[in-house]
Write a new protein. Sequence first.
Length: 543
Amino acid sequence: MPSFQSYILCTSPRSGSTLLCRLLAATGVAGRPASLFHEPSLDDWRERFGLSGEKERGERDMLAQIFTSALERGRGGTGLFGLRLQRHSFAFFSEKLAVLHPDRPDDAARLEAAFGPTLFIHLTRLDKIGQAVSYVKAQQSGLWHRASDGTELERLSPPREPVYDAALLRSTHDTMVTADRDWEAWFTGHGIAPLRLTYEALSADPRGTLRHVLEALGLDPATADTVTPDVAKLADATSREWAERLRTDLGFAWRDGFSRRCSRAKSEVAGGGFPSEVGWLQDQAGVAMPLNIVRRLIPDWGTTYGPPGDGPFPAVMILHGSEGAWSGWSHRNAVLLAAHGFLAFPFPYSKGGNAWNAGSIADVSLDRTAEALAALRGFAPSGGKVGIYGVSRGAEHALLLASLMLRDGVAGVPDAIAVHSAPDVICGAFDARRWRDAGDPGWQVWDPGERAWSWRGSSDDLLPTMAIEIERYGGPLFLSHGTADKVWSVETTRRLAERLRRHGRTPEVHYYQDEDHLPRSEAENRHHEKLIAFLERNLTSCD
């Protein structure tokens, strides 16, 4: 039996919602979701449901008929109602919902009155540049969707050659960003924790995403295995060209023209001159030197460090420990990996804090980390393969995230995982204010009743001392630990390694004799040699 009577797909155009709607409808048990209230117009709603001859009715009576018809259509002969809502038409929809249910206090209560207990699904596209390009290109060409066999699924105007329009693309990009922010504000304002999906994960694994949705709805996720995706991507060489141009227009094109400037500057140096390009430095000997490591921003997520040039580069997400995002340690590790050819992303997951205080690791959403991982995988300079490197609480974070993604069939599991000083069980929440500001210079044990992590809006199955089920992971796994660790005993890694081997896994394991929680200089150099060799083997090899 479904856990809900309805679900609403909250999204914006070119986020993969047509594919998801068709997948859900094809199950035969999850309704027939569609944009039933797409146009902000009562006349359009009446026409859509064949009620155009009912104009003499009062508005509330008319809306009651419209919503009754919508329920029947969105159920599609099943017991579950599905609806897609685009942000641009939501204000009008909300206004009319208030007319239909004036006694209910807010949108969430009115939606439940109209459709019963409802699961809200937020489908977004992390790559807003790609989303804007896709939307404008579809508008101009007239072709909105193509079937997997190459035939046209939806064309809204006669064929026309698309033309790059910088102003329109910039405006569309801003509109898509605003739509996401508006949905987030609405969820927050109504206390709603939606099921979060991304276009990137959906397009990479349609059936896996469908299983995730069916399970959330209380339906059999195995039904997804009977469904064949039938929508093809429309992106082509023109799309990629436009995306690069738009990055330049928006100021994201850190690498646009870099190779050209590099060649010209080197020629000037060879000829005895000095390069005129901004971004070049002169060392003490007076020789012009290019930057060997450059920063690149993943919009809405954070900065990365990597080599100059077009890439692609093997990518690594770096997860800090209880020192927090502000301390700079994860950025230092990112720079070190960048110097060896990796695109490194220090993901700041801790809460609060500042340059003097680490903040906390409490109720940290692992779903958000999964989304950030997908954003890194979809980032233009990334080579497609993505690994995770975590130290201490970051090691716990990495192992727990991978085990939950595998348990629940979430797409985009890391291609390789490296951890140092990892626990073998889930640990409790950590608040640096208690550790430092209370004046106790020693380490303080956490309260087992306070949860560090959440997954899909809950921490009920992430209790302190529960085992991290990393044996689910069959990919390359690197474990290391100092034998004199005074924070977490080396026995935690020994137990992890033993459990993995019992399950047929073959982790790469290194123990650093007489080293503490963080190795000293010489031992750390050895550690980095082993770590970089592991990442190179498993992220740079061809499939």
